[in-house]
Ligand binder design. Structure first.
Ligand code: SF4
Ligand code: F3S
Length: 103
């Protein structure tokens, strides 16, 4: 599952699609955690899609990640600023790849 303490345990290494990226990153096999308020561990995501389908405010967008061992698409939290902290995405992700910092 995604580490809920990633802000402390990882370094921010850059930005993609307007979203922070928390390393380590070693493309294409290792992609890190994307997002801060709404965070998706790209190395855990299997492109299930439940988060995209269920988010009431459409926070997530598909991005292509060819060559990643788990899946060749990931859910990018491009509109994390719109998040209403409903926690639906956290509940529906089958691999616990999402953390929402509602605190
Ligand atoms: Fe969308 Fe709710 Fe997840 Fe926020 S917590 S990204 S509003 S599903
Ligand atoms: Fe990925 Fe989980 Fe969404 S596997 S696509 S973060 S539901």
């Amino acid at each position: 599952a995604i580490d809920p303490q990633f802000h402390e345990n990882r370094e921010k290494v850059g930005e993609e699609n307007g979203v922070a990226v928390w390393g380590p990153v070693d493309e294409p096999e290792e992609l890190g955690i994307h997002g801060t308020h709404v965070a998706v561990d790209y190395d855990i995501c299997i492109a299930d899609g439940a988060c995209l389908e269920d988010c009431p405010v459409d926070v997530f967008t598909w991005v292509d990640t060819p060559g990643h061992p788990e899946s060749d698409q990931k859910a990018e939290p491009t509109k994390e600023a719109q998040c209403i902290d409903c926690m639906l995405c956290v509940d529906v992700c089958p691999v616990d790849a999402i953390d929402v910092d509602a605190g």
